[in-house]
Each structure stands twice: as structure tokens, then as C-alpha cells.
Design a protein around this ligand. Structure first.
Ligand SMILES: Nc1ncnc2c1ncn2[C@@H]1O[C@H](COP(=O)(O)OP(=O)(O)OP(=O)(O)O)[C@@H](O)[C@H]1O
Ligand SMILES: [Mg+2]
Length: 225
């Protein structure tokens, strides 16, 4: 039997010397190419789970396995983050002093690649996001929807297998929100990527083939099919 792409086993994460238990034993298995949404009340542990899945932080106990191998043990976390994961955040987190085309190249700096190739790839990703006329703009010269599209291009820079999005439409109006979700789902389908979206919006949560909910740091099985 082949291993799932990502597997979470008894995942616990506490902060503040154990005073805050953000995750209290989550189990989850995600196959390659799946699109899954995660919702739940504020403080239920959604961002914490996404950060652990993306190797941005390490669990207090339990494991995240990538293709059956534990992150942080046999797989180096930096390596995993750079090559396997693209992250998209609600607040975009573009670097304000870099142009769009330079922002997209930031993850590529961790990978050996010559400057011409980097710039060509960044331009082609921005074109794919419909931003060919905006490649030399700074973030503050772009609309919120355009900034998020730059952030998506950046997430794709190193052709990762997994796309993690933490409330990617949280700062967008409904038109841009629909457009960004359409793009993410299109990318997931075309590239066969695994897409995991944390969202507060029921419509987005329910539109995915698989939707899970968290509550107080645990899977809320009552609301799952
Ligand atoms: N770095 C941190 N230090 C201390 N406590 C934290 C930290 N990060 C998160 N927490 C706490 O852990 C719990 C889960 O937080 P998390 O950010 O994962 O929730 P969330 O479901 O993403 O919430 P929201 O919907 O508001 O984004 C909360 O009680 C939060 O206050
Ligand atoms: Mg959050």
C-alpha cells in the first residue's frame, strides 16, 4: 500500500509552556492531488495545523509525515519548506521594497538557479496569474486581489507539490475572493497539486470535495460526513 502524501498522527501543539493547547491530538490523512478545506471557530487551531503541515513550526508531540516519512527526522524541515510547500496568507506578506517580479523570485533564492532563469520563471508565473502588465509594480501599487495573485505566483516559484492557504480570501471582496479561489482550484487541477485551504467562509469550505472542521484543537467529527 502506498503512503498518503501527508499524514498527521496524534498531533499536539502547545504554547506558553503548555498553558495554551492549540492542537490536542489531531489525526488526518491527505492524498496527493486532494483539495481539502479546514474550518472551525477562531482559536480552534487551524493556522497552527497549517503551519505544522508546512513545516513552519514543529509539534509538541505527535508527527507530520510526508510520504510516510516524519518531518524533522528523516526530512530536513528547511528542505521540505523550500521544495515541497507553497504558502499563501490572508495578509499576503509580500516584501514592500521588492517589485512583483522580485517578490516571486524570493523562494527561488534558496535553490541554485541562475538569475536569468529566475526572472524568466517569475515572469511566466505572473503572466499565468494574469499580471503580465504588473510585473514591475511594488506591492503598494497593486490592488488587494493583485497582491494575492503575486503571492500565489510566489508560492508556486519552486514548483511545490503542496499548496497551503490560510484564509487566502480573508482580505478580499467577494469578486476577488471568487477569482482567487477559482485560480487556486485551477492550479490544483492543472498541476495535480495538493491544496489545503483554511477558511471562515462556509461557501468555500463546503465547495471542496473534502471539508474538515476543528474545534478546541481537535477534529470536530460531529460535523463531518
Ligand atoms: N505563537 C503563539 N503563542 C501563543 N499562543 C498561540 C500562538 N499561536 C497561536 N496561539 C494560540 O493557539 C490557539 C490556536 O490558534 P490558531 O492561530 O491556530 O487558531 P485559528 O483557528 O487559526 O484561529 P483564527 O480563525 O482566529 O485564525 C489560540 O488559542 C491562539 O491564541
Ligand atoms: Mg488562523
Amino acid at each position: 500500500m502506498t503512503s498518503p502524501l501527508l499524514e498527521v498522527r496524534s498531533l499536539c501543539k502547545s504554547y506558553d509552556e503548555g498553558r495554551i493547547e492549540a492542537l490536542r491530538g489531531v489525526d488526518l490523512s491527505i492524498d496527493a492531488g486532494e483539495y481539502i478545506t479546514i474550518s472551525g471557530p477562531s482559536g480552534s487551531g487551524k493556522s497552527t495545523l497549517l503551519q505544522l503541515l508546512g513545516g513552519l513550526d514543529t509539534p509538541t508531540s505527535g508527527q507530520v509525515l510526508f510520504r510516510g516519512v516524519a518531518l524533522g527526522a528523516a526530512i530536513d524541515l528547511d528542505d521540505y519548506r523550500v521544495h515541497q510547500v507553497g504558502f499563501i496568507f490572508q495578509a499576503f506578506y509580500l516584501l514592500p521594497t521588492l517589485r512583483a517580479i522580485e517578490n516571486v523570485q524570493v523562494p527561488m533564492l534558496a535553490v541554485r538557479q541562475d538569475a536569468n532563469n529566475r526572472a524568466r520563471r517569475a515572469e511566466s508565473l505572473l503572466r499565468e496569474m494574469g499580471l503580465e502588465h504588473r510585473i514591475h509594480q511594488y506591492p503598494n501599487e497593486l490592488s488587494a486581489g493583485e497582491r494575492q495573485r503575486v503571492a500565489i505566483a510566489r508560492a508556486l516559484a519552486n514548483a511545490p507539490e503542496i499548496l497551503l492557504a490560510d484564509e487566502p480570501t480573508g482580505n478580499l471582496d467577494s469578486v476577488n475572493s471568487a477569482r482567487i479561489m477559482e485560480m487556486l482550484i485551477g492550479i490544483q487541477k492543472e498541476r495535480g497539486m495538493t491544496l489545503i485551504v483554511v477558511t471562515h467562509e462556509n461557501e468555500i469550505a463546503r465547495s471542496a470535495p473534502r471539508h474538515i472542521r476543528l474545534r478546541d484543537g481537535l477534529r470536530d467529527e460531529r460535523t463531518e460526513p
